[in-house]
Design a protein around this ligand. Structure first.
Ligand code: ADP
Length: 170
């Protein structure tokens, strides 16, 4: 049985096998959680990202965590919200889905996700959280994960996830 938790705080501090980054297509760093991860991981992370050659929206690529407590960073590129009729839901689902595949490939036992796309990309928080919880839940059985953390930076996002998880009974 996988333990699912909502943790309020900074994802860069979490002692898990993999943390997920809300990156952009360049993978070369940015603001928000991306900036925090690059600052905490050190310059080697940027050099590793430079070698990846970018990433498509709705997918993810892997680097080591370098100076982070986490062993791996899964750099997921969420969609920019553009009214909801431009495939945003499918692309966001793709991020979580790809990260769950990577968790299997890298034999990750614990993973922490931020609320991808809900910062400067303006994806509505409730809708994004529903996609996150549903997608992760659908792939849990096929995974080796013992612990999944939804890491929320603000109280409102944490409340949304807590409510959703209660209703999902997972
Ligand atoms: P995006 O460009 O995908 O919207 P942001 O980094 O702007 O990415 O925001 C995504 C989410 O990550 C937001 O809910 C934001 O509050 C949150 N966030 C920002 N910094 C951190 C952090 N250090 N740890 C966890 N979550 C964070």
């Amino acid at each position: 049985m996988t333990q699912i938790e909502v943790v309020r705080g900074d994802i860069t501090k979490l002692q898990v096998d993999a943390i997920v980054n809300a990156a952009n297509t360049s993978l070369l760093g940015g603001g928000g959680v991306d900036g925090a991860i690059h600052r905490a991981a050190g310059m080697e992370l940027l050099r590793a990202c430079e070698r990846l050659g970018g990433c498509l929206t709705g997918s993810a690529k892997v680097t080591p965590g370098f100076e982070l407590p986490a062993e791996w960073v899964f750099h997921a590129v969420g969609p920019v919200w553009n009214g909801g009729t431009h495939g945003e839901d499918t692309k966001l689902e793709g991020c979580y889905s790809r990260c769950m595949e990577l968790a299997r490939e890298y034999d990750v036992k614990s993973i922490a996700f931020p609320a991808i796309s809900t910062g400067v990309y303006h994806f509505p928080r409730q809708r994004a959280a529903r996609i996150a919880v549903t997608t992760v839940n659908n792939q849990l059985e096929a995974s080796n994960l013992e612990r999944v953390i939804f890491c929320c930076f603000d109280e409102m996002t944490a409340e949304i996830y807590t409510r959703l998880l209660r209703n999902h009974r997972i």
